[in-house]
Design a protein around this ligand. Structure first.
Ligand SMILES: [Mn+2]
Length: 495
């Protein structure tokens, strides 16, 4: 920055990757730095710092590159950068392989020799810490930029939740303040995104990000190009923000439809009734942007790993894998290496390209490894509920004490309570998937709410006696001392 060198940011197309690119570009630009960036295309380029992207940047006269959410395993690109005399600063959070890239710097809390106190950051979180360190160096030289990095926290929180990072330690702090910013003073792009998703500002939570914001950002990389999402996340123009947000919204509607159709088609192609059937399937017509989502749905539904692929024009099959508790996708791919041209992954997810003509061998081996993992699997003991509450105990004092555990989510689950044998006094449907329910035990009354109800809606009829599983929350929407029970599951009767 002191030498006024141009900087090229190498991003990624998922929510963490585009958010990280956006915060680097927005903050560094504010200091007058000359910046360009590139986001790879999911199907054409895939993840990682592309060799061509390095060459393009170099030919354009840029000699310094900064990656975000990617780069740790990009050995080829780092070699090329070195050869050209292009300085590469890698910021990432993915697990390193046996060999580290030869770069000017590799900033990654997953490095074994990394001294960072808390290894839970997502890629955007790592980028934020690089910016904070840069701001500190500049402050020490009495050149602290006027730009306040706190403005970036709405996007840092979104990326952290979208990447399903543990909400512990530093992440919990980042998400707490990021949610606060989303409620009170979101950036121009996030404001447009909240508006298009019709989010109630007073109710912004981890779920808002997971179900409303991140899917719309991810839709760009899935259905078209991540650049549309990137442009939204660092715009300062309200009208452009609205236009881009509605483009993403349309893409997300399309994504939902394509995903649902593909899931249905995948279930038809698999002999799903057969309990031992491998959950591995591909089709020429399937879309690169949804195969991972479909694999995730299959894995959740049948509680074992699933592989869903599409056939490229060249005849090669690209598969996305998703895991289930007790299985390890990274290890699974490693054991299937002889049938794959390239692959990568971690415990929960991964992907690779199957060698020509090797699909059946791959599936056979895939199934064998799953069997082995299943036999050796240590099923994690999961506490189902934290306790049983009477309606009298569901008061403001308890709900506000529970609120101190927020933000809750991955690695920091909210307290789950049981309300035993309560009657449903009243049911009001608010939207197609939301309903508000009045509960009573004959003495006390309590408001409950059911989001994304699905089949549970059928069980919740007026006059019925039920036992409910859910969380006790303050109802900021109604204000004052109001509390509500957020229903997660229903058992008919009082047992
Ligand atoms: Mn990431």
């Amino acid at each position: 920055m002191e030498q006024h060198q141009s900087i090229h940011v190498f991003g990624d197309f998922d929510c963490d990757g585009v958010s990280g690119t956006a915060i680097l570009v927005e903050a560094l630009k504010s200091t007058g730095a000359k910046l360009t960036y590139s986001i790879p295309h999911r199907a054409d380029d895939g993840h990682g710092i592309g060799l061509e992207a390095v060459q393009h940047a170099y030919q354009a006269g840029v000699h310094l590159g900064l990656s975000v959410d990617t780069g740790t395993t990009c050995l080829q690109a780092s070699r090329e950068a070195k050869r050209l005399g292009f300085d590469l600063i890698i910021t990432d959070h993915h697990l390193p392989g046996k060999v580290l890239p030869d770069a000017l710097a590799l900033l990654n809390p997953a490095r074994q020799d990394c001294g960072f106190a808390d290894g839970v950051l997502c890629g955007t979180g790592v980028a934020l810490f690089l910016l904070m360190a840069t701001w500190k160096v500049l402050a020490d030289r009495e050149q602290r930029p006027a730009y306040d990095l706190k403005q970036l926290l709405d996007r840092v929180a979104m990326a952290t939740v979208a990447d399903v990072m543990l909400l512990r330690g530093v992440n919990r702090i980042l998400v707490h303040f990021g949610l606060k910013q989303l409620r009170t003073s979101p950036s121009v792009g996030m404001t447009a995104l909240l508006d298009v998703a019709k989010v109630n500002r007073s109710r912004i939570s981890v779920e808002t990000i997971a179900f409303y914001l991140a899917p719309r950002i991810n839709a760009a990389g899935r259905m078209a190009h991540g650049e549309d999402a990137m442009a939204l996340l660092c715009t300062s123009d309200g009208q452009q923000g609205q236009r881009l947000a509605s483009v993403l919204d349309t893409m997300n509607i399309e994504r939902r439809k394509v995903e649902a159709d593909t899931y249905k088609h995948a279930c038809e192609k698999l002999n799903i009734q057969d309990k031992h059937q491998p959950l591995a399937v591909f089709d020429e017509a399937w879309h690169a942007g949804v195969v991972g989502l479909v694999a995730g749905r299959l894995a959740r539904q049948y509680e074992r790993p699933a592989a869903v692929g599409f056939q490229e024009g060249s005849g090669l099959i690209r598969v996305s894998l998703r895991g289930a508790s007790g299985f390890h996708i990274g290890d699974l791919l490693q054991s299937c290496a002889e049938y794959l041209l390239g692959f990568g992954g971690h415990a929960g997810a991964g992907g690779g390209t199957v060698k020509e003509g090797a699909w059946l061998d791959f599936v056979g081996h895939f199934q064998k490894v799953i069997q082995e993992q299943q036999n050796n699997r240590i099923t994690p003991t999961r506490k189902l509920v934290d306790g049983v509450l009477s309606l009298r105990a569901c008061h403001h004092g308890l709900a506000s004490r529970l609120q101190r555990f927020e933000p809750v989510g991955q690695g920091n689950p909210g307290c789950l309570w049981v309300l035993q044998g309560v009657s449903i006094v009243d049911v009001k449907k608010l939207k197609s998937t939301v309903c508000r329910i009045q509960l009573s035990d004959g003495h006390q009354y309590l408001q409950a709410v059911l989001f994304r109800g699905g089949s549970l809606l059928d069980d919740l009829q007026q006059g019925v006696c039920v036992s409910l599983l859910g969380q006790l929350k303050l109802d900021d929407f109604r204000g004052g001392d109001a509390v509500q029970f957020v229903i997660e599951d229903v058992v008919l009767g009082d047992s």
